[in-house]
Write a protein that binds this ligand. Structure first.
Ligand SMILES: Cc1cc2nc3c(=O)[nH]c(=O)nc-3n(C[C@H](O)[C@H](O)[C@H](O)COP(=O)(O)OP(=O)(O)OC[C@H]3O[C@@H](n4cnc5c(N)ncnc54)[C@H](O)[C@@H]3O)c2cc1C
Ligand code: SF4
Length: 509
């Protein structure tokens, strides 16, 4: 009997993948393909491309060791076609089959390509998540608001993680209130585990340098792990050395410490090298052993079983048009400073520099620096979305788009965020050490040298007063504006208009 094709995509590198479970290794053949379309639909950071290609090559070797036949296409294979579907067709013709087993891809773009292919595709659910898409829909059905906190509680009950019977351990569901501390530079703080590239990775690095060297982002030094074994070691190192401070310093940003207490694990988790339940079980064990405070353990599992699962549920529930939403009608082009053009705003320069070097920035940098600036400046959310999808090594549309379109840019009209995540420079000054090294003064609200975030913050609020003026959580901010004297209000709006005009004129701001 002719075997079927088993598709394994670059973010599906899990031995327990549903497509592999459903296949028969004695006759079916695994198809893995490095294809140009996947590398170029946005200008991905070279580190991201190298991570995925090297991890794919290592995974294919593991599959072969486990007895699978693997038809692997390298990017530089002369007969390679440009797309995933093209490669499936080619392999199918070679073997005389049109039957494909696939695990559901994490992007509508690829789901549609598979659906439209002249192949018989059995599409299986991606069960590497705690909440299935049907289960998410059942939870969401009939609710007026889809608040993450309530979804998260369901996931706690479902997994039993940090539960005492039907009650949350320690009596509270959420210890976020304790997690707002600024951090100090600390030479002794551990850093994420780094790995030296092996021969497979070196070969990939040369290929990526030759094909994608012109993309935004530094390829070397490349230190990400590329196997599940390395990813587990990296997580183990985090759990032992950095997790205890994760809660307290979750929102902190430091110029000389790009990772603070973050795990830098999404790069592995999102391509399938780690399992979310295993990770959270490990976190709970550290807490039960008394090595980790409750606010750190709860804070960490909330990100993984709460936010991550919730974002995926929203992406698939909202459908393929989600990335095109633009509720606030923002239309400004993404300025060059996102691609490394000079800026005098130190917080933005530091975050973009770090992104360029590491293909990584932590949550608060993404949300309250680059995301905040784009929202305040009224930048087209589709362009913001493409930027985030391109520059972060962990960016796959199912998780990136709800974070950008929903959480960060409020472009979905408030499905994810009950109010926009905006702040003046005060928040950045409180949570980071960026402002001390900035050409602008965060204390200065108007006039020459005033921090642009201070000006744009009020401009945004006034531009969108019709929409947000009646939001009960924003009422006090508008009342502060109404109490301000006229001279100050005019200076704020004129200052903001000047910043935006300079931005549009391509001047350095
Ligand atoms: C504008 C914006 C864009 C983002 N784009 C992405 C993206 O493309 N891919 C991505 O995985 N995350 C994205 N996030 C969420 C979050 O910033 C990253 O998951 C996190 O920074 C990854 O670094 P870490 O592993 O060190 O995370 P940690 O801070 O150590 O958190 C642990 C884990 O929790 C999960 N997590 C935390 N917050 C979120 C969240 N909001 N949504 C989903 N998972 C979360 C991640 O898997 C992460 O690895 C984005 C956030 C914002 C505000
Ligand atoms: S002063 Fe303003 S622009 Fe400068 S680092 Fe602080 S928040 Fe950023």
């Amino acid at each position: 009997m002719v075997g079927r094709l088993v598709l394994v995509l670059g973010d599906q590198l899990s031995q327990g993948l549903s497509a592999l479970q459903a296949a028969d290794r004695s006759r079916d053949i695994v198809v893995m393909a490095e294809v140009m379309d996947e590398g170029t639909y946005v200008p991905h950071h070279p580190k991201k491309i190298a991570l995925i290609l090297s991890a794919m090559r290592h995974f294919a070797d593991e599959l072969r060791e486990n007895g699978w036949q693997v038809a692997y296409t390298r990017l530089d294979d002369p007969e390679a076609s440009k797309s995933v579907v093209g490669e499936l067709m080619r392999r199918g013709q070679e073997r005389g089959t049109t039957e494909v087993i696939a695990t559901q891809p994490g992007e509508w773009r690829l789901i549609e390509a598979l659906d439209n292919a002249p192949l018989t595709v059995t599409r299986l659910p991606d069960d590497r998540f705690i909440c299935s898409l049907d289960e998410f829909d059942r939870w969401a059905e009939g609710r007026k608001e889809l608040r993450m906190e309530y979804f998260y509680r369901e996931m706690r009950r479902k997994t039993g993680l940090m539960m005492e019977g039907d009650k949350p351990a320690g009596g509270k569901w959420n210890y976020d209130h304790d997690n707002r501390k600024p951090a100090k530079s600390d030479m002794l703080r551990a850093r994420p585990m780094r790995f030296t590239p092996d021969a497979v990775t070196e070969e990939v690095l040369d290929l990526v340098a030759a094909r994608f060297g012109g993309n935004f982002g530094e390829l070397r030094p490349f230190w990400f792990g590329v196997t599940s074994g390395q990813a587990k070691r990296a997580f183990d190192h985090f759990a032992k050395s950095l997790l205890p401070g994760f809660g307290d310093y979750q929102d902190a940003m430091l110029q000389d410490d790009r990772f603070v207490h973050h795990s830098v694990i999404s790069v592995y988790l999102n391509i399938g090298l780690l399992d979310p339940v295993d990770m959270c079980t490990r976190v709970v064990e550290e807490w039960q052993a008394g090595h980790v405070p409750i606010n750190a353990a709860e804070g960490y599992i909330r990100q993984v079983i709460g936010w991550r699962e919730y974002m995926r549920g929203i992406y698939f529930r909202e459908g393929p048009d989600y990335t095109a939403r633009n509720t606030l009608d923002h239309a400004r082009d993404l300025p060059g400073l996102y691609w490394g053009a000079e800026t005098r705003m130190n917080c933005v320069a530091q975050t973009v520099d770090q992104t360029k070097e590491e293909a990584y920035a932590h949550h608060i940098q993404r949300l309250m620096v680059t995301g905040n600036f784009a929202l305040l400046a009224g930048i087209d959310p589709a362009q913001v979305h493409e930027w985030y999808l391109a520059v972060y090594a962990d960016a796959f549309e199912w998780v990136e788009a709800p974070n950008v379109i929903g959480m960060s840019q409020f472009a979905d009209g408030g499905i994810i965020a009950s109010k926009p995540y905006i702040s003046s420079g005060n928040y950045i000054a409180k949570m980071s050490d960026y402002c001390g090294n900035c050409a602008y003064s965060v204390k200065q609200k108007t006039g020459e040298g005033a921090c642009p975030f201070n000006l744009l913050y009020w401009d945004f609020l006034i531009r969108h007063r019709d929409r947000f003026g009646r939001n009960p959580r924003m009422g006090p901010i508008y009342r502060t504006w109404d109490r301000m004297d006229e001279v100050r209000r005019t200076a704020l709006l004129e200052g903001a208009a000047q910043v935006l005009a300079d931005l549009d004129a391509g001047k350095v701001i």
